[in-house]
Write a protein of this length. Sequence first.
Lengths: 345, 195
Amino acid sequence: MNSFTLTQATAADEAVRDNTSHDGAAYLGGGTNLVDLMKYNLERPSHLTSLGLLPLTDITTLPGGGLRLGALATNADTAWHPEVEARYPLLSQTILAGATPQLRNAATNGGNLNQRTRCYYFYDLATPCNKREPGSGCSALTGPNRVCGVLGTSESCIATQPSDMCVALAALEAVVRVQGPDGERTIKFDDYHRLPGDHPEKDNTLNPGELVVSIDLPAEGYADHFTYLKLRDRSSYAFALVSVAVGLKMNGNTIEKARFALGGVAHKPWRDQEAEKMLEGQTASPDLFRQVAAKVFAEAKGYGEGSLHNSFKIELGKRAIVRALKQATEMSQVVNPNVFLNSNP
Amino acid sequence: MSLHFIQEPLDKMPPAVVPTQPVTLNVNGQDQTIQIAPWTSLLDALREYMDLTGTKKGCDHGQCGACTVLVNGKRINSCLALATVYQGKKIETIEGLGAEDNLSPLQQAFVDHDAFQCGYCTPGQICSAQGLINEGRCKTEDEVREHMSGNLCRCGAYTNILSAVMEVLHDGQVVVDNGTLVTIPAQPTKSSSVS
């Protein structure tokens, strides 16, 4: 790890000032990703602005009935907050499907959004990686790339955004509130993370010095019809190969409103609003779900066959969408899916 | 033939200047002030500066759970925590859970159930299990397995670790976490499960 200086800020504006007044500064939240990356010398900040003393740990109801998740609330406190459990069970279960209790107790909501990819080559300093070292090349295009993306990829990068929580936040149409040197602004969740294009080194659309202060959830939490289906190589403590977060509003067997997002397949939580519209006003049926799944993956691109390469994610992703939509319409998933997430329904 | 040094011998070089600062940590109920750099992890602070070597360094990357300690009653990986920012919090390590002549219920249950072989992961397992009990969320074996998934055991003592944790859970020792440090009172030594 490189040497660095550290300041403990006590307010958001103070943190932004401290961060922007140091060259090569980074914000330190729970540290579960940043400190790890620093140990690998993948991140080498010369200064850390610690956010641990900021009063941004509250979870509060918003005037319109939504819920504001403080950026410094931990993932565990968020998942087990009574309002989140009751009104946004999709978010609660999605958070609990990720990482371990120890990590969730330290990791913050803002930090969850900003965690880096787990692409093998990003972590391997001996191999080219455009995300780590722009212009060096992408080793994942031809190398073993089982964990990499099949949607919205570019020839520069096929890495995926690894978060579970973010998949639910995309389906819930959350809004990210940020504070920067020029004041406060909001970013729709769909616009927060970006596709790699020619600049995979940029994971998100934050401007220099901008700090996430809260994640705001709309009033609709889809508590009656939801599911988070996470498919992975072992049944706990593994990143998703493919995951699907679904929130539906149903009237009998008719889908009135549908929101869903995929994890593990792209550089950002993947939403397809045209596919969502295909569901709305329709009677739930396996045929409909298969059509929707085909639409989502119509332009998918795999990068090699076999168990080391990721083309399997296209068929797996389609089947995951069908099963997740079935689970959400019927609410047929096991009540505590963070325990039985991979058992057959 | 004489040796020629192209670099000054080490004893003539000025010592590296490490920007340390005093940091006061509350560990197992006692304040201790140590002089550390900003990059010193909580794990290294405990082991190298406070001589509390019960907490173990396994992977040092938050993957194995050997370094698990309790902060304000909640379990975290101390290897991924920078010690400086943990001032003002109540840190509890395996040394604080019980004493050799007064084991905590979990410590005693691990002995009774032979819940280890080499023992390296055990302090982390016990601190993690204590965190699990403090959370008050798990009742079934499946739930305990899932919520202990952050602690690896290379010896594969999982079956006995599970039975040890289940015994303490079933004894009604669930303590609801209220944000303060929680220590379960020690229980008398249990007899072997052989009837």
